[in-house]
Design a protein around this ligand. Structure first.
Ligand SMILES: NC(=O)c1ccc[n+]([C@@H]2O[C@H](COP(=O)([O-])OP(=O)(O)OC[C@H]3O[C@@H](n4cnc5c(N)ncnc54)[C@H](O)[C@@H]3O)[C@@H](O)[C@H]2O)c1
Length: 364
């Protein structure tokens, strides 16, 4: 899992960051640790003072006045998109068509139609297009994936994933809780992480249908507010605060997905996945996990733990992006995986609206 970084690389990849907010700051922090491989040469944000402050603090040479200027800058090889979900597709497509490699924050699109645009642009280009699903680089899921790939779990016939936040609505009234800017609530915010990771650990079976339901019992009443993100009480809350779904795959396997920003439930707010295989199982819960099987007629368990000196999933994600660019590789979180996630999310919302199972339409 660990890789020694190559020191003294000659052609550094020049990065431009669109969006200087929360996740923009995370990208600056992590790529700065890889300064032997890359350099952040430009940054922009619709709120320019924020971009200027980040540039000043981190020695970024250029603050572009607009995303378009940054995308077309000759000093940028790769663009990192960390803005509200509604802008992902237009910026990503522009960047790909301008010949830039692109790292797009999750979710890939605000909906499947937007994700399809990115997927098509990616297919028509030789650039690296990667989605920021950092949970795939977390230590415990990586240990589980090794066992899945070695066949130790046998056939994974069902899995269960979720993340219940008890009181965690982020930034009430900001873009997070506005359907037209975010595309949804906890399902598209944290559910997309769990969906992506669960499908990956299951071996990327092809999803074919979805039954889902979403609820908004807290947000509209200004309840369930978390500590993260400043509320805007003049804003809007028109997204769900809990979602539940069953996803059926072509090979007959199934996945249940359950997430909340707010719920009256005994929960420790930890993301989880349980994989149930014919020969063994695996459970992931935050920084720990278990491998489970039966031997000598006894239930056997092996504990998994994130190492104390773990360098972190975001660093491994950043390194993977740079590796894909230098080695011309397809990222493990490709545009197809992002599109798959968006297709399922749309189907869950549709199923909730109609009360029916929704068959996924894979026509591109
Ligand atoms: N991987 C993760 O775990 C993770 C964590 C947080 C956020 N995200 C994702 O990152 C994205 C941004 O989230 P955030 O928490 O950083 O939000 P944020 O509100 O903190 O920051 C977004 C920034 O984008 C700027 N902006 C808005 N529209 C823009 C545009 N068209 N062009 C340029 N700048 C624009 C805003 O001024 C703001 O500074 C979202 O897609 C979110 O889902 C991912």
């Amino acid at each position: 899992m660990r890789r020694r970084l190559v020191v003294g690389s000659v052609n550094k990849i020049r990065l431009g960051i669109i969006g200087a907010g929360n996740i923009g700051g995370v990208h600056i922090r992590e790529f700065s640790k890889l300064a032997n491989l890359c350099e952040i040469t430009a940054i922009t944000d619709t709120y320019l003072p924020l971009a200027e402050a980040r540039a000043e603090e981190h020695g970024i040479a250029h603050v572009a006045a607009t995303p378009e200027e940054l995308i077309h800058s000759a000093n940028v090889d790769a663009v990192i998109i960390g803005v509200p979900n509604q802008y992902h597709a237009s910026l990503a497509v522009q960047a790909i068509e301008a010949g830039k490699h692109v790292l797009i924050e999750k979710p890939m699109g605000i909906n499947a139609e937007a994700a399809k645009q990115i997927y098509k642009a990616s297919e028509a280009s030789d650039r690296v297009v990667m989605i920021g699903h950092q949970m795939r680089w977390e230590a415990v899921p990586q240990l589980i994936k090794e066992q899945v790939d070695a066949g130790e779990l046998g056939k994974i016939y069902t899995a269960k994933t979720g993340w219940f936040r008890r009181k965690g609505i982020p930034g009430w009234g900001t873009w997070f809780t506005k359907m037209n800017e975010s595309g949804g609530g906890p399902l598209i915010d944290i559910g997309v992480h769990m969906l992506d990771l669960a499908l990956y650990l299951m071996g990327n079976p092809k999803p074919v249908s979805v039954f889902g339901a979403t609820y908004a019992e807290f947000g509209p009443r200004k309840k369930g507010i978390g500590t993260w993100g400043k509320p805007n009480w003049n804003g809007t809350y028109d997204v769900e605060d809990l979602a539940t779904a069953l996803i059926r795959m072509e090979d007959g396997s199934t996945l249940t997905l359950e997430v909340s920003w707010a719920v009256h439930m005994d929960t420790d707010n930890t993301p989880f996945i349980h994989l149930m295989g014919s020969e063994g199982g695996a459970s992931y819960k935050g920084a720990s996990g278990k491998l489970l099987t039966e031997k000598f007629n006894r239930a056997i368990e092996t504990d998994l733990k994130k190492p104390e000196d773990d360098e972190g999933e975001r660093l491994r994600l950043s390194l993977h992006f740079l590796d894909c660019i230098t080695q011309g590789k397809q990222p493990i979180t490709s545009a197809l995986s992002g599109y798959t996630n968006n297709l399922i999310l749309d189907a869950i919302y549709e199923s909730s609206r109609t009360g029916n199972e929704v068959k996924l339409n894979w026509d591109i």
